[in-house]
Design a protein around this ligand. Sequence first.
Ligand SMILES: *Cc1c(COP(=O)(O)O)cnc(C)c1O
Length: 421
Amino acid sequence: MAQANAAAVTGTGTSAQWLARYNDSLMGVFGSPQRVLVRGAGALVWDADGKEYLDLLGGIAVNALGHAHPFVTSVIASQLTTLGHVSNFFTSPTQIALAEKLLELSVAPAGSKVFFANSGTEANEAAFKLARAHGKAHSPAGGPARTTILALDGAFHGRTMGALAMTAKQAYREPFEPMPGGVRHIAFNDIDALREAMDGTVAALILEPIQGEAGVRPLSTEYLLAARELSKAAGALLILDEVQTGVGRTGAWFASIAAGITPDAMTLAKGLGGGFPIGAIITFGEEPSQLLSAGQHGTTFGGNPAATAAALATLHVLETQDVLANVRAVSRLLADGLQKVDGVTDVRAFGLLIGFDLAQPVAAGVVTAALDAGFIINAPRPSTIRLAPPLNLSAQQAQSFLAALPALIQTAVAAHASEGA
Ligand SMILES: *Cc1c(COP(=O)(O)O)cnc(C)c1O
């Protein structure tokens, strides 16, 4: 058959036509989608009606190099036309090279290993099983079983049952109780609470260095260092969920490694494949790397040639184009600019993961006004806006948002006031 694009199999339509079909055919778990997107290039995307947007959310910290990056797409396309999937009865050069690259970038010590999955939640499922396996291997004979997993208030670790058990938000959990057992949530960034909770029943502590879904809330370096020390002393694993913060997002390859922490395991997903679905868990050193033995964990799709090629290509561009320096520079520009905007009360910028608070709970209104003005942003909380744009966002693109923001906030505040009246 001749080469073709997706329109050959979807047909075409206006946004309104597509959204009507969406509502008739897709499960309602995401509410009503904001737009129907058909095309992207770099930090720009276009909807089905031809309207252009500057994408400052990047598919929620996923499109690390923006949309349709020429090098990444050509590597993926070439891999797909060569060999796309083989199952884990077999391996492939891209899988092996990606594992080696991740161990190198994370400065992992000898004996460290990688397992590939397809998403963040799956990477965290592997972490959950790793914690259980560690607990089994290190429960004292006749003593209490080491089954507890400590997670933090405000945590988000994914939507499958194990990851959900480690996620804190009641609204996500309650409809699906009972949760897998053994998980305890403790106060955020509170070293005393951690010290108190860290007893001989704890198998693992799981942390996001910066809580993205909770509105870009960082753990202090002091807390991360204490977490490392206390979990080690108690014989528990320290697991860092860097699904959102990893792979250059904060201007370093990994936020926890940059803070001087070597975890026992680290989970990755979002930005790793530059838009192609892939997740990973890295185990640091011999002991955690030997916990899951042959037959104890698996996946059909995880680590397939196409996804691992996508990740290798993404890492290659990030590294050879010094994209992390751009992350740091554009971060400073955005942070400085946001601080000067009327109605913005607090700015938390960690590379290109940026949260800022508004004086009023109008974040949803600002998102709507932004879409109308051609900007994609996100409101993880009623008074908080999150930005997680492509890591190669230009200074000029960042400036265009800063210039537009005051009017977006005014529009949202006015709409909020008239609703209240
Ligand atoms: C997004 C996210 C997840 C879940 O990833 P999925 O790919 O949606 O399953 C887990 N942890 C963190 C910190 C995340 O930001």
